[in-house]
Design a protein around this ligand. Structure first.
Ligand code: GUN
Ligand code: FE
Length: 424
């Protein structure tokens, strides 16, 4: 049945552009696809049932393009060490707990609920190396209405002996077994070599083969911190740059997702553009575990594809509206560090990176594009402090991005279905 949503409709179809339709109408076809956004309801839809969200904002939902589900139990903790020590001391022992399916079920059910109620409807996510826990994660996301990609992590070296480890053969065998069991409608598998120091050449080669044979995408980490990069140079003396260590094994290809890219130089950035690699900027994590400040403006200026990630639990903020404002702050820090030479991100730009830029990965068009399944949040800012004067919808949007809490999100639509908040 065709239906109509009414409210102040806000979307970011391109970098720096915000489309606002005050007291507008968003029309959905019966399969949850967007028919269009209108300032006056076309006559042909006059008889369709209407959900009136009053003065609330109907905005695009978010896409979190990099996070680690099995690090959710350590959210907001253990950020007193830089990346490589942080992995061994905190992250790996925490991930080891996911050998227990009951524990995984409990943690992942809560994570999926926290994602969807905060308005994140698409993700590109790391699981742990455990096959069962990874299926459980996918199941819980699907049940909650979170869509996207999840990867069983591969790590056959430099892990924690006796705690969190797999052999090369186990890693390959379990990856194939995991892929066989992935039968979810909206949550798809993605190959996930953790990062170059975690994977032997043999494993990387096998994963490259599997990616080619099965047409699977790949996600990993790239140029996140200086000590990590020095380690990668030692491990691959034949590679001039970090990206080549993935390329060598067929893992650097169309729609490969690379988190961080803090220290990617001009050559590495060009390699991303050539292969249509997505760079995922994780501003909060980069500061928390002392990695650096990504020159996100430069990536954008050069035409790189950039989206945002919470990078839980290097990042400590799951809600993407927090991740969006963290990206704005990081870009301003970068500007200060670079002698005021670079522009910072505007709210419209950062919101675009947290929405359309990520949704594109899954084949979505720009903003609320006709033909796309609806991914939206409805945000009620009615309890925000009174402003000095009447605010435009654009001003209310800015305040919503900076000040939203979970309770302000009164409805969430994912894949054309209302998954939070009922339909009235
Ligand atoms: N590099 C390899 N593994 C990780 C991880 O779990 N988090 C972050 N931030 N970087 C990584
Ligand atoms: Fe990460």
């Amino acid at each position: 049945m065709t239906r109509v949503l009414r409210g102040n409709i806000v979307s970011a179809p391109e970098l720096g552009r915000l489309d606002v339709t005050e007291h507008g109408y968003l029309v959905l076809e019966d399969d949850g696809r967007i028919a269009g956004v209108f300032d006056r309801l076309p006559e042909r839809y006059a008889a369709a049932p209407c959900t009136d969200y009053g003065d609330a904002l109907v905005m695009q939902s978010f896409a979190d393009m990099h996070l680690h589900a099995p690090q959710y139990p350590m959210l907001g903790m253990g950020m007193d060490l830089p990346l490589l020590d942080w992995l061994n001391t905190y992250a790996f022992p925490t991930e080891a707990r996911f050998a227990d399916p009951d524990y995984a079920r409990r943690i992942y059910r809560r994570l999926a609920s926290d994602l969807i109620t905060n308005g994140t409807t698409r993700v590109c996510m790391f699981s742990s190396l455990h096959t069962e826990a990874t299926w459980i994660l996918m199941e819980e996301l699907e049940r909650a209405g979170v869509t996207g990609c999840v990867g069983k992590v591969n790590m056959d070296r430099n892990a924690l002996p006796g705690v969190l480890e797999e052999t090369t053969e186990q890693s390959v065998r379990e990856t194939l077994r995991w892929l066989e069991g992935c039968r979810f409608a909206h949550v798809k598998p993605i190959l996930t070599p953790r990062f170059t120091p975690s994977c032997t050449d043999e494993l990387m080669g096998r994963l490259g083969q599997i990616a080619a044979e099965r047409g699977l995408c790949v996600q990993s980490h790239l140029s996140e911190s200086r000590p990590e990069m020095a380690w990668v140079r030692q491990l691959h003396p034949d590679c001039e740059r970090y990206w080549e260590t993935y390329d060598k094994f067929g893992l650097w290809k169309d729609r490969t997702v690379m988190a961080h890219c803090v220290y990617s130089d001009a050559e590495e950035r060009a390699a991303m553009r050539r292969s249509n690699v997505l760079a995922v900027h994780c501003a909060d994590s980069n500061v928390n575990i002392c990695s650096g400040v990504c020159p996100v403006r430069q990536l954008l200026r050069e035409g790189n594809w950039v989206a945002l990630g919470s990078d839980i639990a290097g990042g400590a903020q799951l809600p993407m509206y927090k991740v969006v404002t963290a990206a704005i702050r990081a870009s301003k820090i970068r500007r200060i560090m670079d002698g005021e030479a670079a522009d910072f991100l505007t709210v419209e730009e950062a919101y675009y990176l947290g929405t359309t830029a990520g949704h594109r990965y899954f084949g979505a068009g720009a903003g609320f594009a006709p033909g796309d399944k609806l991914h939206a949040i409805v945000l009620d800012d009615g309890d925000f402090p009174e402003s000095a004067g009447p605010l435009s919808v654009r001003e209310r949007f800015e305040r919503a991005v900076y000040m939203a809490h979970r309770h302000n999100i009164i409805a969430v639509w994912s894949e054309g279905r209302c998954v939070v908040g009922g339909e009235n």
